[in-house]
Write a protein that binds this ligand. Structure first.
Ligand code: DC
Length: 225
């Protein structure tokens, strides 16, 4: 089975291009960030945030109660994430989860559980997975590794537009601050920090259109895969 890893900072458009590539290549797209978000939603639903701090021991003791799965919806032709049999695709995208997920993703036991699940998903199908530790930890022998980046301001601008379109009442400054905070926690945590591996191809898309980016990544894949 083949694996393509896409890592990078928040809001660099990893999932957009990963979905496009998956469709073109006939691979299954797996959004590993959605899995960390689903665990965060579980913690919120079970009162495991106290004064905005995650109760780590409490969450770790309940990890066995968390079942995460992806199901393809024939109606909208998209893959949706399920937390304990409930479709939570929309619930995991708001600021409530976004502002807390980095703290949950820094817990080693959470990472171990999700990495095992991610590896299992790649056993029987060709996958393209995006995240922070896919090329470094989950699939160190991936057939292809990309590392995506863009300036914080450009990424915040894109994210702000998306959230506004969904009707979120949020300022650009809040989005920028949240994004920088997540970059910082994701890159500096001790367990599986976001790093650029030596064998990853760096894609800086600050000034690239989605189409240009897709063509660029596709040309690398077509030449070497
Ligand atoms: O890609 P995203 O913004 O949906 O990711 C949500 C959070 O999960 C983000 O703070 C980084 C973390 N994450 C991670 O630590 N490892 C991954 N493989 C994917 C996401």
């Amino acid at each position: 089975m083949k694996t393509i890893a896409i890592d990078g900072f928040s809001s660099t458009g990893k999932s957009t291009v990963a979905k496009q590539l998956a469709k073109q290549l006939g691979y299954v797209y797996i959004d590993s960030g959605a899995m960390y978000r689903a665990v965060t939603l579980f913690a919120l639903q079970h009162g495991l945030f106290v004064d905005n701090q995650i109760d780590k021991a409490g969450l770790v003791s309940e990890l066995d109660q968390i079942d995460i799965d992806f199901n393809f919806d024939l109606n909208d032709q998209k893959s949706h994430i399920y937390l304990n049999s409930q479709n939570v695709e929309h619930l995991i995208r708001g600021m409530e989860v976004s502002s807390r997920v980095s703290h949950v993703a820094a817990i080693p036991e959470v990472r171990e559980k999700l990495v095992a699940l991610q590896r299992k998903m790649s056993k029987t199908q060709n996958v393209i997975m995006d995240g922070r530790d896919i090329g470094s930890v989950v699939f160190p022998n991936a057939d292809f590794k990309f590392f995506m980046t863009a300036t914080p301001e450009e990424r915040a601008r894109r994210r702000f537009k998306e959230l506004k379109a969904k009707g979120d009442d949020i300022s650009f400054e809040e989005v920028l601050e949240n994004l920088k905070m997540r970059d910082d926690i994701d890159s500096s945590r001790s367990h599986s920090p976001l790093i650029q591996t030596e064998d990853a191809i760096v894609i800086d898309n600050t000034t690239l259109s989605q189409q240009e980016q897709l063509q660029l990544m596709r040309s690398y894949i077509d030449n070497y895969l």
